[in-house]
Design a protein around this ligand. Structure first.
Ligand SMILES: [Zn+2]
Length: 438
């Protein structure tokens, strides 16, 4: 299944982290915090990576300050060791987790570590993934946990099959050891992670004794880092007369655009907004996103109205229903508008077979990237319908984020794969439009 090849990029995309340094709503977010439980500080760039990769439940508390080891700056946590790679500054590779699963598995001879022989190809389906990269399987409960808590970026590929060790069902990954605890079924603790960072700290002879808090460094508290924002993301379909739910007259659209400008709004792209949610960059004081679904041909003239006003839009194209031509889509992209995907056939994604779902999400992305010569990072779910499987496939297909078709204006990192939009019907008066935006 081609899903697996795309997993790395997709999953790593989730973990781009960082703290905005000069955006109004995040001005209070600290670049260093202190953990009284273990008596250690965590600062940038490790702090953003720690938060993005699961924080206390997944990475655990810091066990050391940043120190020099193996020719680089590292910091030990309960279940990971972070390495600083300044040559990759600004990218997701700047902070990398040491491959502690490989380290702890070194020398283990259980047959479960033997790769599945070439020539045998176990199935990849909803209950089992076979990774040709390491020739191991990932199944059922361990697979669910792996997917939900960090995937490839967090844990790496499986480097063993499931097997019994010290009376427990376990599986080893490049960066982790999973332990199955059936007594915790139905809780987040049905899988417990080995304390590989602590093991490594002991093996490396690292001093883990507490240090005194530096002056002015606050205790860690998740509420210090809220990056939510109130953001009107408006959803349009067709333009022209007569007005209907999915058709806005051009004159009404012109009024709306002029109202936005007169009231101090600035159009931004989803790329800018997701950067902001991830902790990078800044947004103007009153951002608004204008999205256009399905690629209707009447959107071409609407785009010209944006261009006249120096505004940007996001066009979610349904590639199997050609309305705008490829040259038009390329021109929109060249003009600075953002091109997103909206499936091939505009069907309800939640009802599709795995194979069909994969095609509906991956084919338009590749096609639109070929047309525009630019990455296509965002998906709009058809009819706003999604579920866990659709989200997982969207991630695997390499998207950076996705939007629904309703839900108001509160954008938060927790809604990364189903951020809300506001439908703009052709029936709205300008006053009603203003009320939706404000
Ligand atoms: Zn649509």
């Amino acid at each position: 299944m081609r899903v697996l090849g795309a997993l790395l990029c997709a999953l790593l995309g989730l973990f781009a982290g960082g703290v905005p340094d000069n955006s109004p709503s995040a001005a209070a977010a600290p670049s260093e915090v202190y953990f009284p439980v273990t008596g250690h500080h965590v600062g940038e760039p490790f702090l953003s990576a720690w938060r993005a990769r699961g924080g206390i439940p997944i990475i655990g508390y810091p066990l050391s300050e940043p120190i020099e080891r193996d020719g680089m700056t590292v910091q030990y946590f309960e279940r990971a060791r972070f390495e600083w790679h300044p040559e990759s500054a600004g990218s997701i590779w700047e902070v990398q987790g040491t491959l502690l699963g490989r380290w702890i598995a070194g020398g283990k001879t259980d047959p479960a570590f033997a790769p599945i022989p070439e020539g045998q190809t176990p199935p990849t389906n909803a209950d089992n993934w076979f990774f040709p990269e390491t020739r191991h399987n990932l199944s059922h409960g361990f697979k669910d946990y792996w997917e939900a808590n960090g995937g490839l970026a967090g844990f790496g590929y499986p480097i063993s099959e499931e097997f019994t060790e010290d009376g427990r069902t376990v599986q080893y990954f490049e960066r982790a050891r999973f332990e199955w605890h059936p007594e915790n079924a139905g809780t987040p603790y049905v899988v417990l992670l080995g304390r590989l960072g602590a093991d490594r700290a002991a093996a490396d002879g690292v001093d883990t004794s507490p240090v005194t808090r530096r002056a002015g460094v606050p205790d860690y508290d998740p509420s210090l880092f809220s990056r939510s924002l109130s953001l009107p993301v408006l959803m349009y379909h067709r333009f022209g007369d007569p007005a209907d739910r999915y058709q806005v007259p051009y004159w009404a659209f012109a009024q709306q655009l002029d109202w936005l400008l007169a009231n101090g709004y600035t159009t931004v792209t989803l790329g800018q907004v997701y950067d902001y949610l991830a902790g990078y960059g800044t947004l103007p004081a009153k951002p608004v996103v204008l999205t256009f679904d399905d690629g209707f041909s009447s959107q071409w003239a609407a785009a010209a109205m944006l261009d006249e006003r120096g505004m940007k839009g996001v066009f979610f194209i349904t590639t199997g229903q050609p309305r705008m031509e490829d040259w038009q889509i390329k021109a929109l992209s060249d003009q600075g508008h953002e091109i997103g995907a909206h499936t091939i056939s505009h069907t309800v994604l939640t009802y599709l077979s795995d194979d069909r779902l994969w095609a509906e999400l991956s084919v338009p992305k590749a096609h639109l990237e070929a047309v525009t010569g630019r990455p296509v990072e965002f998906l709009a779910y058809t009819y706003g319908e999604y579920d866990g499987r659709v989200i997982a496939t969207t991630q695997a297909a390499g998207y950076r984020g996705a939007v629904a078709a309703w839900g108001g204006k509160e954008w938060t990192p927790e809604k990364w794969w189903f951020e809300p939009r506001i439908e703009i019907s052709g029936y709205l008066s300008l006053g009603e439009f203003a009320a939706y935006v404000r």
